[in-house]
Design a protein around this ligand. Structure first.
Ligand SMILES: Cc1cc2nc3c(=O)[nH]c(=O)nc-3n(C[C@H](O)[C@H](O)[C@H](O)COP(=O)(O)O)c2cc1C
Length: 210
């Protein structure tokens, strides 16, 4: 049975543009596929484990074919549990604000926690990495308020979409649809761009569960 997991990386609740577009997406999914289970994972809800010294030690131990011990074993168990929560879904909706040209650190933290050998990726010394999260689909909603693809370098650069999509493909998720809402708050009226982004979210959502 398919399951859709919404991973939300904006902490701005009702003021969030990406969460508003995500709501449009999810409402459309509920209309066209009412039986599809949808789970919400607010990455800011405090349940995401840290990935500090014990977890990094555990990762390097596992990579070397050893068993993590003590604090490292506990950190490893927490990382595995988080991976299983994510891996239990086969469709993902990410809502992703641009923060300082990249993704909010809480999303990078999720990626650091779950990107483990034998879970998200395999590794072969001759062939390199192999993504293990196959047969899944992702939709991503990106927002920014200064950067825009046509605005020139003084308005910033995009390490948000390339970073997340590179990670998804590396993990084996290569079926990716995107919605971008990037109003230029300094000059433009955001309403028409917002309307288009919500329309696109509806279209992508219909295809996503077809
Ligand atoms: C910490 C922080 C950093 C930001 N950095 C950028 C940035 O580098 N470039 C940009 O265009 N907008 C930046 N913004 C603006 C947000 O991307 C924009 O407000 C977007 O709508 C946030 O998504 P949300 O409304 O879903 O929270 C930043 C906002 C915050 C809170």
């Amino acid at each position: 049975m398919s399951k859709l997991l919404h991973l939300s990386a904006s902490p701005r609740g009702p003021r969030s543009e990406s969460l508003a577009i995500a709501r449009t997406f999810l409402d459309t999914v509920r209309e066209v596929s009412p039986e599809l289970p949808i789970e919400e994972y607010d990455l800011w809800d405090g349940t995401l484990p840290a990935f500090g010294p014990p977890a990094a030690a555990a990762k390097m131990a596992v990579f070397a074919g050893e068993q993590p011990q003590g604090e490292a074993a506990a950190a490893w168990d927490a990382a595995i549990a988080t991976f299983h929560r994510v891996d239990a879904a086969d469709r993902y909706l990410f809502s992703v604000p641009m923060w300082n040209a990249g993704v909010p650190y809480i999303l990078k933290q999720l990626i650091d926690v779950i990107s483990q050998p034998g879970l998200v990726f395999g590794f072969d010394p001759e062939r390199g990495y192999q993504g293990l999260m196959r047969g899944k689909r992702a939709a991503v909603i990106y927002t920014s308020a200064v950067y825009g693809p046509d605005r020139g370098p003084a308005f910033g650069a995009d390490f948000q979409a390339p970073y997340l999509e590179e990670w998804l493909r590396w993990a084996g998720v290569d079926d990716i649809e995107t919605v971008h809402f990037r109003p230029n708050l300094a000059t433009a009226d955001a309403d028409s761009g917002r309307r288009l982004a919500h329309e696109r979210a509806r279209d992508v959502a219909k295809r996503f569960v077809a």
